[in-house]
Design a protein. Structure first.
Length: 226
């Protein structure tokens, strides 16, 4: 199904475009399809793994810091709802992924049907990237919001996980029922939070793959509860 998503994404790409490429297996398939297509594009990516794949498959890449506009960007996700709100928690690179997303004229999420639900299931936490000096203050603010907070630790290294930009990562779950726009707004107002992995009203389209074929969905605008 990930390969089906990638093949459909190719049909949205034209020669001369600057393409945003996120992380994950769906994007890996897309890179392979790009090489086969021989389309003349320039890639921008927030992911070191994706960068290395682009080099392997001879896709030209421009650095993110030297880019201010992207024609279309593609990315995977952990969860996706019918209004194209998404969670992108597992990779821990959501800050850079959001930078790519907001620069893109179109931001397209690739997902299989298991990740797509009417509302977000929140089987995954919201991951928060936090400036080091704000660690304690942010944890207190999150707990005051009714959240449980787990600081992300490395499996094979003593200490906390640090993002590509040198910040801490915290995984957060909310027990109370709140609208996504409320959670998004409150997180955006806490000093010290760089970004969070709730992609609220950011994606413009999604390509959903199932056993029965491909569905392209465009974002609607309505509130929902968690």
């Amino acid at each position: 199904m990930k390969k089906k998503c990638a093949q459909k994404a190719i049909s949205m790409i034209e020669d001369g475009m600057t393409i945003g490429l996120g992380g994950g297996q769906s994007i890996a398939f897309l890179i392979k399809e790009l090489e086969k297509s021989e389309k003349m594009i320039l890639a921008v990516t927030p992911s070191q793994d994706t960068l290395e794949l682009c080099l392997k498959y001879r896709i030209p890449v421009r650095s993110l810091e030297m880019t201010d506009q992207i024609d279309i960007a593609f990315d995977g996700c952990d969860e996706l709802d019918e209004n194209l709100n998404a969670l992108k928690s597992c990779g821990g690179i959501h800050t850079r992924e959001k930078i790519v997303a907001v620069m893109a004229k179109n931001y397209v999420l690739l997902a299989d049907e298991q990740k797509y639900h009417k509302t977000l299931s929140f089987h995954h936490p919201i991951t928060i990237e936090v400036i080091r000096s704000a660690r304690a203050a942010v944890k207190k603010s999150l707990k005051n919001m009714g959240a449980s907070v787990i600081e992300r630790h490395a499996d094979k290294k003593v200490g906390l996980v640090v993002s590509d930009d040198g910040n801490y990562l915290m995984d957060v779950r909310f027990s109370n029922s709140s609208s996504l726009d409320e959670i998004n707004a409150k997180l955006n107002r806490i000093p010290g939070i760089v970004e969070h992995s709730l992609f609220y009203q950011i994606a413009s389209k999604a390509i959903i793959a199932s056993e029965n074929g491909i569905q392209i969905i465009e974002r609607k605008n309505k509130s929902e509860k968690i």
